[in-house]
Design a protein around this ligand. Structure first.
Ligand code: NAD
Length: 508
């Protein structure tokens, strides 16, 4: 099926009753918002109202932070043995697996993701991450420190306290889990504010965590806007740590607020990865991943590969293959298992992509395929390939966050590395090459938190990811994920006997 043809299977989606009827999940119970407001959630595939959730306000944040504070200061969770916490998190993984279809359906309807993606990537990753983190209990051990002092010194790895978790619209389940799993294992409590456009699965996940045995107040969810609820949450005096994932612009604002309050923060921000395709690469092997790198999740992927940098002799052959293969990508109804790419999340997101592509076209870019929104209900934009652009074009330099690939040639390895590192973002990068020497050499020089060689989007809960530069700081996944949710305390116990101490006092 061609991307531009309407699909007869695209029937309008029914509305959905949000988990907890869209109320806030606070202190282990569903609660109406203090101010009593509600807002509509729109299905990206139809553009119509899908569900209704509470429009949280700062007053709800206050209630949620108070609950999380109580659960941390006087509740059982931080004081439980870590293996007991791990047992409950393993139960979360089991319940997520048992309820995979329900979670995947909610995520697919809310975000517009193809059901195959939400079921076998998003939900599978959530179960996998909760399962993986239970293997990290020994990373929370303290250590005895040898010292010449007449003392016994040891360290304790303690939870930091109440965590404000703020997540973006594109991978609601995965990105909340990448915060919840390590934060909870370490004994923290959480107030979560999901993205305004895609809040539904957060409510379902909170209910599952509670059913698995999380005590009341350990995980609280307030749905609401970033400007109102998010701002209030990150400046709340009851918060001990901010775990933020979102755009670099909002991340900078949150970092300024966090700085003013000296609240520690991790910042998982935007990306704009360069994917280097060298002439010695095995094209048959790597081209599917080159395409996946920009259409996966409709390009709304922080670690997408939207900038393909091709060694010049390959430029024309690669453009010819892309022109042939990209229009064949099945775009359409997310509930159809054959769909590879669904809609973008919102009208605003389509307009952003349109404006960057139209700007590139006006500046002389060649549009190889795609380049105009699809005429149908919902927020559909086809996979689009642009070439003939200068390296400083906005569509190259800025994060598009849509299914758009720019293709640019390079002549030398040095030039390729410089182009890849030219945007200031540094979340992911790729090296497609048949040379093991080049793979090592280039991977070491790319400014990015993760580099994929001969592939893309190989992601695992045991492998850390995170950014440098405009892409932020801190790492999620892997044992490193515990660093942001723990503080080391040293305990130094004097071994000076009482008599010796008083003798020393008399001599003075
Ligand atoms: P966004 O920055 O608009 O919003 C992210 C979250 O911040 C949302 O929950 C939003 O409500 C909240 N927010 C907005 N204003 C706020 C404020 N003033 N104070 C506190 N919170 C506020 O991002 P988005 O459009 O939802 O998501 C897309 C962006 O997220 C892209 O830039 C993408 O690259 C990035 N992202 C990064 C990663 C990563 O791991 N580095 C992962 C996914 C997405």
């Amino acid at each position: 099926m061609r991307a531009t043809e309407p699909n007869p299977k695209d029937t309008p989606k029914d509305t959905l009753t949000a988990p907890g009827e869209g109320r806030l999940f606070i202190d282990g119970a569903w609660r109406d918002p203090v101010a009593g407001g509600w807002r509509d959630v729109v299905a990206p595939a139809t553009g119509r109202v899908l569900a209704r959730v509470a429009a949280g306000t700062p007053a709800d944040i206050d209630v949620a932070v108070a609950a999380a504070r109580r659960a941390f200061d006087t509740g059982p969770w931080p004081r439980l043995d870590v293996r007991e916490r791990a047992r409950i998190l393993r139960r979360v993984a089991d319940l997520v697996t048992e309820r995979a279809d329900e979670l995947a359906t909610v995520e697919s309807l809310d975000v517009g993701k193809p059901i195959t993606l939400s079921r076998y990537v998003d939900v599978a990753a959530v179960a996998g991450t909760f399962e993986y983190v239970t293997s990290l209990t020994h990373h929370l051990d303290g250590a005895v420190r040898a010292t010449p002092l007449p003392a016994h010194a040891f360290t304790r790895r303690e939870p930091v306290g109440v965590v404000a978790a703020i997540t973006p619209f594109n991978f609601p389940l995965i990105l909340s889990t990448s915060k919840f799993a390590p934060a909870l294992l370490a004994g923290n409590t959480i107030v979560h504010k999901p993205a305004g456009d895609t809040p539904l699965s957060a409510l379902l996940l909170a209910r599952i965590c509670h059913e698995a045995g999380l005590p009341d107040g350990v995980l609280n969810v307030v749905t609401g806007t970033g400007a109102e609820c998010g701002d209030h949450l990150v400046t709340h005096p009851g918060i001990d740590k901010i775990a933020f994932t979102g755009s670099s612009g909002i991340g900078a604002r949150v970092a300024a607020l966090a700085g003013a309050h000296l609240t520690p923060m991790t910042a998982e921000l935007g990306g704009n990865a360069g994917n280097l395709l060298f002439a010695d690469a095995d094209l048959e092997r790597v081209l599917p991943s080159v395409i996946e790198a920009f259409v996966f999740n409709s390009g709304q992927f922080c670690m997408a590969g939207p900038r393909l940098l091709v060694e010049r002799p390959l430029l024309r052959p690669v453009l010819d293959i892309l022109a042939l293969q990209v229009p064949r990508i099945p775009v359409g109804d997310p509930s159809d298992p054959a769909t590879v790419m669904g809609p973008l999340v919102s009208e605003a997101q389509v307009e952003r992509v349109e404006s960057l592509v139209d700007g590139a076209r006006a500046a002389g870019a060649e549009v190889l395929t795609g380049g105009a929104r699809l005429e149908r209900d919902g927020f559909f934009y086809p996979p689009t390939v642009l070439t003939g652009l200068p390296p400083d074009a906005p569509v190259v330099q800025e994060e598009v966050f849509g299914p758009v690939l720019t293709v640019q040639p390079f002549d030398t390895e040095e030039q390729a590395i410089a182009l890849a590192n030219s945007t200031g973002f540094g979340l992911a990068a790729g090296v497609q090459t048949g040379s093991i020497d080049r793979a090592h050499r280039v991977a070491a020089r790319l400014r990015a938190g993760i580099v994929w060689v001969n592939g893309w989007a190989l992601i695992d809960p045991g492998v850390p990811f995170g950014g440098v530069g405009r892409s932020g700081w801190g790492r999620e996944s892997g044992p490193e994920s515990l660093d942001a949710y723990t503080a080391t305390k040293s305990v130094v116990m004097s071994l000076i006997p009482a008599a010796t101490a008083s003798d020393a006092g008399q001599e003075e």
